[in-house]
Design a protein around this ligand. Sequence first.
Ligand code: C2E
Ligand code: MG
Ligand code: MG
Ligand code: MG
Length: 294
Amino acid sequence: RGRVTHFDAEVLATRGSQTELRARHHMERRLRQAIAAGELRLHYQPLAELASNRIVGAEALARWEDAELGPVSPVVFIKLAEETGLIIDLGRWALNTACQEAATWPMFESADGIRRRMKVTVNVSAVQLSQPSFVRDVAEALVDSGLLPRTLCLEITETAVIGDMHATAKNLQEIRDLGVTVALDDFGTGYSSLTMLRDLPADVVKIDKSFIDKIAVEASTDSVLARLVIETAHSLGMSVCAEGVETNEQAERLADMGCDTLQGWLISKPLAGSEAFTEWLPTAVLPEALGPRR
Ligand code: C2E
Ligand code: MG
Ligand code: MG
Ligand code: MG
């Protein structure tokens, strides 16, 4: 039999017939083994600060390449992990690994002239966030790695917190009390965005790529909404990161709108590991739109 391609794996993981169910169980078994054997990796996508024209950190993105299944998209295996409870172990591994690796990253001089360490942001699933042990897991990851709390940011997706808003908000507040920052990921893709801004303690809003795609189109609904999100976030004391920035035009529009940080292929694709990220840093060529406003 031939290799299961990426596409097949995706289809198999999401449909429900007998064969498909078996394939899903197979994938679940492989994922469980991969987590236990330490076969997952973290890739890092740089985050660029507009005002200072500097790289200020990176987002950790999980990668799984299975010997039989080939590379499986995180969209597929994270969903599977959430549905099977494997996300608890996977998430703890990602948190610990990201903290350990980021503790080796260089310092940089920020816009205010202070030397800081590069930030690392880690995606956190609602399933993790609802665990009573989650705050302790975060505290332990910091102690074990020696990373300063303010160097860590946790990304929470909007759809993920719709469940138990109260419990989530409580855990998030405790995490922020540790000094860790919180970002609302994929902002604008759910249906309760403004309520979220009111009810969830967060430091950063990440505007979803789907809004950024059409941001350079003059007076498009998306550019109006992006401006609104940036202004609202700022007036509530939060900063704004734009996801999936691919063109200079988008970066320029975002700079004009007062967006704080950019992430996307324009800066860099996710780099294949912590070392690849630190090796890339001195070679980084940042786009025109970044840098002190003239
Ligand atoms: P996300 O957190 O919103 O991450 C951004 C996604 O957009 C990443 O996809 C990234 O590779 C992609 N991306 C970044 N810039 C660009 C761009 O300019 N153009 C395009 N087309 N894409 C861009 P990726 O790595 O496939 O991850 C997908 C999702 O899987 C993530 O979305 C996140 O929700 C989830 N994920 C990944 N790693 C973890 C993890 O360790 N834990 C949890 N809970 N979720 C994770
Ligand atoms: Mg994210
Ligand atoms: Mg995102
Ligand atoms: Mg997104």
